[in-house]
Design a protein around this ligand. Structure first.
Ligand SMILES: O=C(O)C(=O)C[C@]1(C(=O)O)C=C[C@@H](O)C=C1
Length: 264
């Protein structure tokens, strides 16, 4: 998470200082996690049987193997306090189990009425229907448990990045409430989208993730001279496209959704 400076004024109310630079630093660091998780997932073919609905032998309910895994893991992770962290947003938990251990007290950075913004249903659909077929090979090798675990890693990294939009929106609002308040009161989503967009930053993000995919995903060859052809585990242009078509736009959707609730 971005470094948060918490000042106690003596009144018991925390004044949490955030900066856009520190938030962006965190987004940059999260790129590494996302790029590595895509590279790991690309070891397996599409394996669509893992995420297509089938009847669960145990309970008889309809669920895909991947959905079953994610639901069970989320319950376990909630019990060790994962969702006490405002950066984490579950895919399936409506009632989050309490942590069985004492948990860290996260400084209250986000606006209480806006922190429940959660677009994971949309992220789930977009990930399986649109992103995944772009960066993995077609086919089925039957290795569903490992494939599902890799999908979980990608989904959680992508979801964390997209929902980080709440922190981005909070800091932008605090920096210029006079600009945002009229658009929030008018529920003018177009104006909000315009206010929070920095095209140059988006271009830089797309270029940087392309470079990271080239660097982290390059096939390493030893002792082969005169062979300059580079092979990548995931096409770097696809990684850039994933950011440009889904990760950045969905982060902006979260920012707008958050801002619309910021004055409630
Ligand atoms: O850095 C910001 O200001 C953000 O809001 C994040 C982000 C992104 O998703 O990377 C989204 C919108 C901006 O246009 C630029 C970048």
């Amino acid at each position: 998470m971005a470094r948060v400076v918490e000042l106690d004024s003596g009144s018991g109310v925390s004044d949490v200082r955030l900066s856009l630079d520190s938030i962006r630093e965190s987004l940059i660091r999260q790129e590494d996690t996302i790029v590595f998780s895509l590279i790991e997932r690309a070891k397996f073919p599409l394996n669509s049987s893992a995420f297509e609905e089938s009847r669960c032998l145990d309970s008889g309910i309809s669920s895909s193997l991947t959905e079953f895994l994610v639901r069970e893991i989320e319950i376990l992770q909630a019990k060790v306090g994962k969702y006490d962290n405002p950066e984490e947003n579950p895919f399936f938990l409506e009632n989050i189990p309490h942590s069985v251990f004492p948990t860290h007290k996260y400084p209250p950075v986000l606006h209480p009425k806006a922190l429940s913004v959660n677009i994971n249903k949309r992220i789930w659909d977009v990930y399986f229907k649109e992103m995944l077929p772009l960066f993995v090979k077609p086919g089925d090798d039957g290795n569903y448990p490992s494939t599902a675990a890799s999908d979980l890693a990608c989904l959680q990294a992508i979801s964390r990045r997209i929902h980080y939009g709440k922190f981005v929106a909070e800091v932008k609002f605090r920096d210029a409430p006079q600009d945002y308040e009229p658009a929030i009161r008018a529920k003018d989503t177009e104006a909000l989208m315009k206010l929070l967009t920095f095209e140059k930053v988006e271009e830089m993000v797309k270029k940087r993730v392309q470079k990271k995919a080239e660097t982290f995903g390059q096939e390493v060859k030893c002792g082969v001279s005169g062979d300059d052809e580079k092979n990548y585990k995931v096409d770097p242009l696809i990684v850039s496209r994933i950011y440009g078509e889904w990760l950045i736009p969905l982060t902006k959707v979260v920012e707008v959704e958050y801002l619309l609730r910021r004055l409630d």
